[in-house]
Design a protein around this ligand. Structure first.
Ligand SMILES: *[C@@H]1O[C@H](CO)[C@@H](O)[C@H](O)[C@H]1NC(C)=O
Length: 183
């Protein structure tokens, strides 16, 4: 018999402590799961004033096509039309006699990549959140704008209607249309 009494005592102590060692493991796992990207998504939801039921939609919205096959391109198409619909709806509700050319001008101003869309996106610091390939500039207007639009596409899919997405857009963007109307 090689097992000394102290070895047996140590083994028993280890077995006795094992449950408490294991009890700490899930806590560590939880800290690990909050990656910088995940906590950036938490912050972004607070800025938006909208909490996603399916957070995967916001993950996708914040993923540029250069980063992965699963990306925000199609959500950005939907988000772009959510924004255009929201703007047209608001302008026509205010003034049913607005001319088609005036309406087109306003819509293209609000959805303009350089002057409006990327400005809104940069204000939300999306260039710091969106995932891109190493050789892609996350601050490029097209990248920021695509991510910004994709947010509203994501909200529309998350809620099952585009009106809620339009409301979130107005909460973020409300002041700019006011400026455009006074021009
Ligand atoms: C990335 O794009 C921004 C915005 O267009 C620009 O100001 C910046 O110089 C670019 N950075 C690089 C490394 O090209």
């Amino acid at each position: 018999m090689r097992s000394s009494p102290s070895f047996i005592a140590f083994s028993l102590l280890f077995i006795a402590l094992l449950p408490s060692i294991q009890a700490h493991a899930p806590i560590n796992a939880h800290f690990k799961s909050l990656s910088p990207f995940s906590s950036a998504l938490e912050t972004l939801q607070k800025q938006l004033g909208y909490t996603f039921k399916k957070i995967g939609l916001l993950r996708r919205a914040m993923t540029h096509a250069s980063f992965s096959e699963e990306n925000n391109k199609a959500l950005a198409v939907l988000g772009g039309s959510v924004i255009e619909t929201a703007v047209s709806f608001k302008l026509l509700s205010k003034d049913i006699d607005v001319s088609a050319s005036e309406l087109n001008k306003m819509v293209s101003r609000v959805s303009n990549v350089e002057s409006s869309c990327a400005v809104d996106g940069t204000r939300l610091s999306l260039h710091k959140v969106v995932r891109v390939a190493p050789n892609t500039n996350a601050s490029a207007p097209s990248v920021v704008c695509g991510a910004f639009r994709a947010i509203f596409g994501g909200i529309a899919i998350d809620t099952g209607n585009s009106d809620d997405a339009g409301s979130v857009f107005w909460n973020l963007h409300g002041d700019l249309l006011g400026n455009a109307l006074s021009m």
